[in-house]
Design a protein around this ligand. Structure first.
Ligand code: PLP
Length: 423
């Protein structure tokens, strides 16, 4: 469920017409709904608690939407943060996420990032390989500290909506095998600079079927039992993120309650463990839209009809990168039969095509459209490719709205560069 509805013949975010935001801020612009963010977080948390999974740590995956106002909205409900860089740690802290709710993931952390994470006091560093375990141990010892680590396991289960976002197969770069996890856990327990507190997995993103998750979680449960049988303390089991969202033309993903029930079933009898989750997409995707304006309709005499927008692949990369589908809705739908469009942006690449042969209500130059479900991996993946300014971000709450990242100026863009001394 989300809070983007037609009211009085035009698309609104909560009680704010998208056209009012576009008129003041310009387009393209990302618009987020606080109510949808809050609802998704709360439904997930209540589902997990109701299923008997204790007091889980729900660490929002900052990579999905790293806007500090979005993070603060979730932090105020008690959310933690799953981060993959020093920049993301800084964003989480700036949003008021307590360090003890921050989980630091990623296959390539630098020594400086690990030192920063430790100074900050993050809950756990998810170690993804043996060299990284030694690196964290070394950094911690230099600091005279002991880092709480979880071993990220690659359970060798195929999942995820696209090969580029599948992370849990043995040949993906993430994590260590189950057997390696046992060995590394035992090694870590004997290291002066680390304290193993748990195990973690994340098998992919946009997963619309519980079966691969259940297979992976079953393996994680057995691993925890084996580690405990060997005499190790295992306090936390991090089950990652990955649950998909309905992008309109895809299989309906499982409801959070079904997900929670599956976990409760899989973990039945496993006591004294805190569960951690790293959801990104399921919290943020349907809480955001990208609003763009039609620059013109290029109806070729030979047949194809291109809807040329002022938003491009640099603003919303998912269609070009993952062949992703986004529902496209006119902000003020016109009457008339649907028309078949190829929807494209102004970037100089054929890849800058959001969709082909899409039947949409009739549109004209100057009309506004919204890319739905753009709140996750939208603004966070945007770039200035073609020297296009980053789209601003707006957060709505009821009838109020605020610009939470303004559109930069061209001076801002050029001001980041410096002439070389020989010019
Ligand atoms: N945790 C880790 C380690 C990830 O790599 C990702 C995404 O790739 C996530 C969490 C968030 O996944 P999702 O947005 O599908 O919930």
């Amino acid at each position: 469920m989300n809070h983007f509805e037609l009211q009085g013949g035009e698309l609104t975010c909560e009680d704010v017409p998208l056209s009012a935001i576009a008129a003041e801020v310009g387009t393209p612009v990302y618009v987020y709904s606080s109510a949808t963010l809050e609802r998704h977080y709360t439904v997930l948390r209540e589902s997990l608690v109701d299923a008997g999974l204790g007091d889980p740590l729900i660490a929002f995956a900052v990579k999905a939407n790293s806007n500090v106002a979005v993070l603060r909205t979730l932090a105020q409900l008690g959310a933690g943060a799953d981060v993959v860089s020093e920049g993301e740690i800084r964003r989480a802290l700036a949003a008021g996420v307590p360090p003890e709710r921050i989980v630091f993931s990623g296959v390539g952390k630098t020594e400086a990032e690990v030192a920063f994470a430790m100074q900050t006091g993050v809950a756990e560093i998810n170690v993804e390989s043996e060299p990284e375990l030694h690196m964290v141990n070394g950094v911690a010892q230099l600091m005279g500290a002991r880092a709480a680590v979880a071993i990220r396991v690659n359970p060798d289960v195929a999942a995820g909506g696209h090969a580029k976002i599948s992370t849990g197969k043995a040949d993906n770069k993430f994590g260590v095998s189950l057997a390696e996890a046992e060995r590394l856990y035992a090694n870590a327990a004997n290291m002066a600079g680390v304290r193993p507190v748990g195990v973690a997995c994340h098998i992919g993103s946009q997963i619309t079927d519980l079966a691969p998750l259940e297979a992976a979680f079953g393996k994680m449960r057995s691993l925890v039992e084996r580690l405990r049988a060997e005499g190790h303390d295992v306090e936390r089991l991090d089950l990652g993120g990955g649950l998909g969202v309905p992008y309109f033309n895809q299989p309906e993903p499982p409801a959070p309650a079904a997900y929670a029930a599956m976990i409760a079933r899989t973990m039945q009898g496993l006591d004294d463990i805190q569960y951690a989750f790293e959801p990104g997409r399921m919290i943020a995707a349907n809480a955001g839209v990208l609003v763009a304006r039609v620059l013109h309709v290029n109806a070729r005499p030979e047949g194809r009809r291109f809807l040329v927008l002022d938003a491009a692949m640099n603003d919303l990369l998912r269609p070009a990168m993952y062949d992703a589908y986004h529902d496209i809705r006119p902000v003020k739908p016109r009457d008339g039969d649907p028309v078949i469009y190829d929807v494209v942006g102004p970037v100089c690449e054929t890849g800058d095509t959001f969709t082909r042969d899409r039947a949409l209500p009739p549109l004209e130059a100057g009309d506004l459209i919204a890319f739905m479900s753009a709140g996750a991996y939208g603004a966070a993946m945007a770039s200035e490719y073609n020297s296009r300014l980053l789209a601003p971000e707006v957060l709505v709450r009821g009838a109020e709205w605020a610009i939470v990242r303004p559109r930069p100026s061209y001076d801002d863009m050029l001001g980041r560069e410096r002439p070389a001394p020989w010019f």
